[in-house]
Design a protein around this ligand. Structure first.
Ligand code: MG
Length: 204
């Protein structure tokens, strides 16, 4: 069984603010204004992951009025979304993204972005698509927009049981018992997991 999720976000450029996109710091005269670090790409991916498991949106978990998230590293939001995916019993199949911004150029850092996002999501770089376009004809050169789409696949419980059986065999060394147990315990905990109320406010 598979599920799909889509996320979108936009932030305005502001002079003198550090620029962070996809978990990478850019040397650029302006950054993205926001309550958090303004990482438009990580916000879009976070919403795509939450949407794929129908767990609300980024504003549900991290209300923009909450002082705890002032200047927060957006990878924290992404980790929370990953936990929701795991508790729902899914893993990421692949992620595809598109950035729309006039500057800086994404091409020269696209590979670094791909590896950084793959690392944050604990998936292979080959499962991460990074694309960028300039906002031709949109008159939006002072804004960065990010779109993200994710595909999730259900974790096969039969294969988990096979792994557990393999763990019982001392000759099999490449199976991580902790990983198997964590996933099974997480599945049980999902039934009593607290879900915040729906909130369409953006983190910005
Ligand atoms: Mg945002």
């Amino acid at each position: 069984m598979m599920r799909i999720g889509y996320g979108w976000d936009s932030h305005a450029f502001k002079p003198g603010v550090p620029l962070k996109i996809g978990g990478i710091a850019f040397d650029h005269p302006s950054g993205l204004a926001g309550h958090s670090d303004g990482d438009v790409l990580l916000h879009a991916i976070t919403d795509a992951l939450l949407g794929a498991v129908a767990a609300g949106d980024i504003g549900s978990f991290f209300p923009p009025g909450d002082a705890r998230w002032k200047d927060a590293d957006s990878s924290l939001f992404l980790q929370t979304a990953l936990e929701e995916v795991e508790h729902a019993g899914y893993r990421i199949s692949n992620v595809d993204t598109t950035l729309v911004l006039a500057a800086p150029k994404i091409g020269p850092v696209a590979e670094r972005l791909r590896e950084r996002i793959a690392d944050l999501l604990s998936i292979e770089p080959g499962a991460v698509g990074i694309k960028a376009k300039t906002p031709e004809g949109l008159n939006q050169d002072d804004v960065a927009v990010a779109h993200a789409i994710v595909l999730l696949e259900k974790i096969d419980e039969d294969s988990l049981l096979e792994k557990m059986a393999a763990v019982a065999d001392p000759e099999v060394e490449d199976v991580q018992m902790d990983d198997v147990v964590r996933k099974l315990v997480g599945r049980t905990a999902a039934t009593s997991r607290h879900k915040p109320g729906f909130n369409t406010d953006d983190i910005s």
